[in-house]
Design a protein. Structure first.
Length: 316
């Protein structure tokens, strides 16, 4: 099992008014679709993230956007990276993901996590609660959503959610893969082992072997075959035909968005050969694939295409 996903990371593009936002996103999705990426993913947020811009910068709602992108792509799966469980009732989320599957011809994936952006919750009226609350909610939600996606009619009298004989019609066209985002070794990776088809890790590169060991331990305890789970790793890249062009793209982005300078060294920057070498080294840590975002220059025509053509041979 391998994974190469392209995440459209932000909707703040230079000299791009609101009526050009969606065409710019479509351009990236179509390039990903034709260049070897297997999944196109978007953030599930309502405010722009701190490392990408100011809260009031553009942010398009996730599932409306994914359903629209389904009409402009042909092959890629479509997913959130990842759905904030706290933003929707689990039965609504099951219906939304199913609707995405139907309108995309069977290409939906459920990416889900516990939720973390406190400002967004407080501003928009979503209950944030404690760390423990959010993970309890996530587990209860999975016990509702997954049976609904399988055509079952779950009943749950939980601490946070109560449903009775929950019906989901029409059913998904195909089995919908489930990806859980995060790298917590006690809670998140245990839920991956118990419920998911994929783990999307966000952690330091040096921590990857420990995370893989933790996941393997949970699989052993739950008698789950570890090989059934794909482990991807979230990355940021800035690619261009030459190193100098890539560096210039990054510098232009940081000049527009000084907050990005707070993450020095976090992006893989360079020519196709340089980027391929860096990802080859990453894949040698034992992960099964990567998700890639390109906030600095993904909006420039041809950059996502170049990224996919560079990385696809590494995960085949």
């Amino acid at each position: 099992m391998t994974k190469l996903g392209y995440q459209i990371p932000n909707f703040s593009y230079p000299d791009t008014p609101a009526d050009r936002l969606f065409p710019t996103v479509v351009q990236q999705a179509k390039e990903a679709d034709s260049s070897g990426f297997d999944t196109v993913l978007v953030m599930d947020h309502f405010y722009q993230l701190p490392v990408l811009g100011e809260p009031g910068e553009p942010m398009i709602e996730c599932y409306v956007l994914l359903s629209a992108l389904a009409q402009h792509t042909e092959k890629v799966r479509l997913s959130a990276l990842v759905t904030g469980n706290t933003y929707r009732n689990p039965t609504l989320l099951a219906k939304e993901v199913t609707a995405l599957d139907v309108v995309s011809g069977g290409r939906a994936q459920l990416g889900i996590g516990a939720g973390w952006f406190e400002l967004e919750h407080d501003s928009l009226g979503y209950e944030f609660g404690t760390f423990t609350d959010r993970f309890e909610k996530l587990e209860e939600a999975l016990q509702i959503i997954l049976p609904m996606l399988r055509g079952e009619r779950p009943t749950l009298d939980g601490k946070h959610y109560q449903v009775k004989d929950a019906l989901n019609s029409p059913a998904p066209l195909r089995p919908i893969p489930v990806m859980i985002g995060g790298a917590g070794e006690r809670k998140t990776l245990r839920m991956v082992a118990q419920y998911a088809d994929e783990s999307n890790l966000i952690c330091a590169v040096d921590d990857i072997p420990r995370k893989l060991d933790a996941l393997a331990g949970h699989c052993d305890a739950l008698r789950r075959d570890r090989s059934q789970i794909t482990v991807s790793y979230q990355t940021t890249a800035c690619i261009a035909p030459t190193h100098e062009e890539a560096q210039r793209d990054l510098e232009d982005y940081v000049a527009r968005n000084p907050r990005a300078a707070s993450r020095p060294g976090s992006a893989i920057v360079g020519s196709p050969d340089e980027v391929a070498a860096a990802y080859e080294k990453l894949l040698a840590t034992g992960i099964d694939g990567v998700t890639v975002n390109a906030p600095a220059n993904g909006h420039i025509p041809g950059r996502v295409q170049l990224l996919g053509e560079t990385l696809a041979p590494l995960v085949r």
